[in-house]
Ligand binder design. Structure first.
Ligand SMILES: Cc1cc2nc3c(=O)[nH]c(=O)nc-3n(C[C@H](O)[C@H](O)[C@H](O)COP(=O)(O)OP(=O)(O)OC[C@H]3O[C@@H](n4cnc5c(N)ncnc54)[C@H](O)[C@@H]3O)c2cc1C
Length: 307
């Protein structure tokens, strides 16, 4: 869809009834409760997919709320262990109070990290927009000193990612590579889609040349094919990477093909009461998303009608 149409849809989104927006958002969010997300994770596990769970929310301004989010994440690790799920957690630093101050966030993050350690699980620290990049990478490095099973995210659209990757690879590294979802200035971020893909593959090669573990996070089928080709040419063992996608994004059977080739595939499952505010904010930040979601919705309806 054209950017103009995406912007128009984005502008009218806040005045549409919440239930109507829910029609679109529902396929991308597991539900409002942890139980709903755990049930989805269980189902995906039974189909041979791993999961990562994310409580929706960000930019928390109250210390009490940030602490209670940390408790919820810690509880989630124990639920994952109790149900013996193949699932870990992804979280956003501003959900744990990074907008309040660094120390509040670090304290909350360490609480979550301790629960990850108690249950021998992994924690992924998502990457937010560029004002948070330095703090997030510092939080990651402090976390690594406390518990080794933690990893950051690098965004292929940021020019700085090549240097960040080189620096982070001086310690054992498990990172997620994605294109980047926020709108960033041309001074710091590549704007051209083909050039972002090129940088994505460059970063992938850079990490394969070292010893990092890489979560290849994209729905872009060409990029998945090119990543697979790189893996083949460089003879990279499957223990070095997995593929990751967001729950609900139509992949036309690609996930099953990847799984059947023996690759690990992990699905990112967001859940929580904050889905509506989250959907609106994300839409404002990236009008293309509204276009994706709308075209996917139409595609689902027409496929259903044709069957
Ligand atoms: C597991 C995972 C974790 C991520 N974590 C982060 C993070 O921590 N920080 C960050 O900045 N970004 C994160 N992202 C988002 C990422 O940076 C991209 O913005 C997003 O994945 C879209 O880029 P793409 O690589 O899928 O390619 P695109 O070319 O943008 O998309 C390819 C196709 O995928 C579909 N699609 C893509 N995204 C969506 C969506 N949200 N809803 C519906 N359909 C969609 C569309 O059909 C589109 O045509 C994550 C993505 C994934 C898969």
């Amino acid at each position: 869809m054209s950017l103009g149409l995406n912007k128009l849809l984005t502008a009218i989104l806040p005045i549409l009834p919440k239930a109507f927006v829910g029609l679109f958002a529902r396929s991308y969010v597991a539900g409002e409760t942890a139980e709903a997300a755990l049930t989805v994770a269980q189902k995906l596990n039974s189909q041979g997919f791993d999961a990562t769970l994310d409580i929706l929310g960000e930019h928390v301004k109250s210390a009490e709320e940030a602490a209670s989010i940390a408790d919820a994440y810690a509880g989630l690790y124990h639920e994952i262990a109790r149900l013996d799920l193949n699932a870990n957690i992804s979280l956003k630093p501003t959900h744990l109070g990074l907008d309040i101050d660094y120390d509040t966030c670090k304290r909350n993050l360490f609480k979550v990290l301790d629960a990850a350690a108690e249950t021998s699980n992994f924690l992924r620290i998502d990457m937010e927009n560029s004002p948070h990049t330095d703090d997030t990478l510092t939080l990651y490095q402090h976390s690594l000193e406390r518990y080794p099973r933690v990893g950051p995210v690098l965004q292929a659209y940021l020019y700085r990612s090549t240097e960040d990757l080189a620096r982070l690879m001086s310690s054992p590294l498990n990172f997620r590579l994605c294109k980047g979802i926020y709108r960033e200035s041309p001074d710091i971020a590549i704007q051209d889609r083909a050039a972002i893909n090129e940088n994505f593959l460059g970063l992938l090669r850079q990490s394969f040349e070292g010893s990092a573990y890489i979560a290849i996070a994209t729905h872009d089928q060409d990029l998945i094919r090119q990543s697979e080709e790189l893996i083949r040419v460089m003879d990279i063992p499957i223990s070095r990477f997995d593929f990751q996608v967001l729950y609900g994004v139509p992949m036309d059977g690609t996930l099953e093909v990847l799984r059947d080739r023996g690759y690990k595939v992990r699905i990112y499952i967001p859940f929580g009461e904050a889905w509506y505010a989250y959907a609106l904010r994300r839409a404002q930040e990236n009008p293309n998303l509204v276009g994706y979601i709308f075209s996917n919705f139409v595609r689902r309806i027409t496929t259903r009608a044709a069957n």
